[in-house]
Design a protein around this ligand. Structure first.
Ligand code: ATP
Ligand code: MG
Length: 184
């Protein structure tokens, strides 16, 4: 509010430019805090369930990032525990963030389906692909060598008995998480 008040003052050009920059930074900071708080506690998940929450996430992401996202959710998912839903939600969230930050892809798809006793989620883009050296480091036992994003997804999944794969698609990247869920 103070910055906006200053906008109405007669300022020398350099000060006006600095002010405009500060207003931009304040707006960006508030957007990032919102995104981060959604990451910490996805607001819809407990009330609305995973499919609706994913639709909300994908819609907001597509608007903010200008990446076109196709979302496919199977009808026969069955019931998933809240813990599992949060884990799957966060995998989609982190993977889409990676698509936006690293892939350069104009499009992505998110698929959620059941495969026997497992639930499978896939996030695919048509971008530059994960660099080979990152792929190599992902294979070794020390996933901390890459960012916290992939390492965090992998760790959380393995605590719940699931598996994360990062594959080079042609072109682009495919992230696949599989995990057993209660219902057959
Ligand atoms: N969809 C993608 N396309 C291309 N490269 C990718 C993609 N996803 C991940 N990467 C590569 O893998 C690396 C590791 O990803 P990771 O999410 O672990 O870390 P990060 O995104 O760099 O940082 P953060 O800890 O904030 O998530 C990235 O730095 C990037 O080089
Ligand atoms: Mg990341």
């Amino acid at each position: 509010m103070n910055l906006q008040r200053m906008e109405r003052m007669a300022l020398p050009p350099q000060a006006a430019e600095t002010l405009e920059d500060s207003l931009g930074l304040a707006a960006q900071t508030s957007r990032e805090i919102r995104t981060l708080s959604h990451l910490l506690h996805p607001p819809l998940l407990e009330e609305a369930g995973l499919p609706s929450s994913l639709r909300w996430l994908v819609h907001g992401f597509a608007q903010r990032s200008a990446v076109e996202v196709r979302l496919d959710i199977a009808d026969d998912l069955g019931r998933l525990s809240t813990e599992l839903e949060i884990t799957l939600f966060r995998i989609v969230q982190e993977s889409l963030t990676n698509v936006h930050r690293h892939s350069g892809s104009p499009s992505a798809s998110v698929r959620l389906r059941r495969s026997g006793p497992e639930v499978v989620v896939e996030i695919e883009d048509q971008g530059v692909g994960v660099p080979f050296e990152v792929c190599e480091r992902l294979d070794v036992a020390n996933p901390g060598a890459v960012g916290v994003g992939i390492a965090g997804m992998r760790e959380r999944l393995s605590q719940l008995g699931g598996k994360l794969e990062i594959l080079r698609a042609s072109p682009g990247t495919l992230v696949r998480a599989r995990i057993r869920s209660e219902s057959p």
